[in-house]
Design a protein around this ligand. Structure first.
Ligand code: DX5
Ligand code: ZN
Length: 213
């Protein structure tokens, strides 16, 4: 069954522990790190991640939307990330393998993400090494945007590539996920649905999470 990863970006940070306790029906916690440079918004960093890791046993899916992920990756490793996803667009092509290997050496899972205008093809040299491929279905930077349906084809492409080559990565989609867009992604073969405003904007988080599965 598909996993659901509520994005803490849309949580109420004055009540963070309560918000985390209220999403126990979910599978992963999605943690969006934004630097005001790679994306035009600033969110939160690794010290809050460490605090979060102390109040939950859930799998911590860290999505780095930052310009120089290699510079900060150890901070996120040391703050108990379960998975670190960085952006293909943020790292020079010849440095990507090195960063993937570095994260794996520390027993943290690793993912690569592509923005809506980046084709799946660019990921081909790295797919064998990845635990997760994160397909952005909005321009990274903000919660609450409209789903870009180009992501559906990318999910299907990644599912085909995985089957043909026996890769093991999970396919994750992020942005504009709700009860109807989740169906499109589920039908295309997605494994993990990130949902921020849909979950945290609802009156009943458990019901919202279950409606996506
Ligand atoms: C966008 C973030 C998303 C965001 C999703 O840059 O990567 O994780 O929180 O929010 P919704 O589900 O509201 O589109
Ligand atoms: Zn995200």
């Amino acid at each position: 069954m598909v996993k659901v990863a509520p994005s803490l970006l849309s949580a109420n940070f004055a009540y963070l522990k309560e918000e985390i306790n209220a999403i126990k029906a979910a599978d992963w916690i999605h943690y969006d790190v934004m630097d005001g440079h790679f994306v035009p918004n600033i969110s939160f960093g690794y010290s809050i991640l460490k605090d979060v890791s102390k109040v939950t046993d859930m799998y911590l899916d860290v999505h780095l939307m930052i310009t120089d992920p290699a510079k900060y990756v150890d901070n996120f490793i040391n703050s108990n990330a379960s998975l670190i996803v960085f952006h293909y667009e943020a790292v020079a092509e010849d440095k990507i393998n090195e960063l993937i290997a570095h994260i794996k050496e520390h027993d943290v899972e690793v993912g690569l993400s592509i923005k809506p205008d980046t084709p799946v093809e660019v990921l081909k040299p790295f797919l064998n090494e990845l635990d997760v491929v994160l397909v952005m279905s909005v321009e990274p930077g903000f919660g609450g945007q409209k789903f870009n349906s180009a992501a559906v084809d990318k999910i299907a492409q990644l599912a085909t590539l995985r089957k043909e080559n026996n890769y093991h990565y999970l396919i994750e989609v992020d942005g504009g996920i709700n009860e109807s867009t989740s169906k499109l992604c589920n039908d295309a073969g997605v494994d993990v649905l990130v949902a921020g405003s849909y979950v945290f904007g609802s009156d009943d988080y458990t019901k919202a999470i279950e409606s996506l599965k």
